[in-house]
Design a protein around this ligand. Structure first.
Ligand SMILES: C[S@@+](CC[C@H](N)C(=O)[O-])C[C@H]1O[C@@H](n2cnc3c(N)ncnc32)[C@H](O)[C@@H]1O
Length: 233
């Protein structure tokens, strides 16, 4: 390994996700992944200053879901909002295959997939090109020594703020109390977002437009789900 390789490893951001593979895909999932991903993915390589609305007919507003898991929320929101273009980011292969199935079963034309680390997409996106984003139940990394792997931290928030249009909505949800505290503090300290909650029920209850995710129903955390809605200044 030469010095350049060492530098590459040093510069790589710390990994925020767990496994990307695992169980074998079902024959249908494997076939969808092998034959349909190229149709649905955001095509690489991305040009610098990538304009995401160019992926969709009519250059609609674009909403981004980071870590869509099995894609239930992504597919449901895309069905409710045909006037919006959706990009879902998820490196977990089974989740990507499930999302392709959901897109095709529901005959959606307004979704594209980024089957990789969302932070690579954020780097390439043009400034102020995203109108809304969802970060729902990101990997909790509950042990103290793992917490550096949490997605929501200052460098990520700066990258996210750069691509969000003024006024863009951000939804963060978690059922891990220490992550809710940490994320709220990090977002507010960044000075680039306002927390839109006016009363406790605004963060204690699921917002009216929330679609329950599979992970959420497992109730693996240590508190009831907390929903933090922010607005990019
Ligand atoms: C705990 S799961 C929750 C999935 C889904 N949001 C839900 O609520 O069912 C978190 C997901 O975020 C994904 N993830 C973690 N870091 C990511 C990153 N940097 N970019 C894209 N996805 C990421 C993981 O692969 C994982 O599938």
């Amino acid at each position: 390994m030469n010095n350049a390789d060492h530098k590459d490893l040093r510069d790589r951001p710390i990994r925020t996700f767990g496994r990307t593979g695992g169980r074998a895909l079902s024959p249908r999932q494997q076939a969808l992944f092998d034959t349909r991903l190229d149709h649905w993915r955001v095509p690489p390589p991305l040009p610098a200053q990538f304009a995401p609305d160019s992926l969709f007919a009519g250059a609609p507003p674009v909403w981004l879901e980071i870590g869509f898991g099995g894609g239930e929320h992504l597919v449901a929101q895309a069905g409710v909002h045909p006037e919006v273009g959706f990009i879902g980011c998820e490196p977990f292969v089974e989740g990507v295959a499930k999302a392709i199935a959901g897109i095709e079963d529901n005959q959606l034309a307004n979704v594209r997939l980024w089957p990789d680390d969302a932070r690579l997409l954020l780097e390439a996106l043009a400034p102020a090109s995203i109108a809304r984003t969802f970060i729902l139940f990101p990997d909790p990394w509950p042990k103290r020594r793992q917490q550096k792997r949490r997605l929501v931290q200052p460098a990520f928030l700066n990258a996210l703020a750069r691509v969000l249009a003024p006024g863009a909505a951000v939804r963060f949800a978690t059922d891990v109390a220490s992550y809710a505290d940490e994320a709220l503090l990090a977002v507010l300290s960044s000075g680039q977002f306002d927390w839109t909650a006016e009363r406790a029920d605004d963060w204690r209850l699921a917002p009216a437009d929330h679609v329950t995710t599979r992970y959420e129903t497992k109730k693996l955390g240590d508190c009831a789900p907390v929903f933090l809605d922010f607005q990019r200044r």
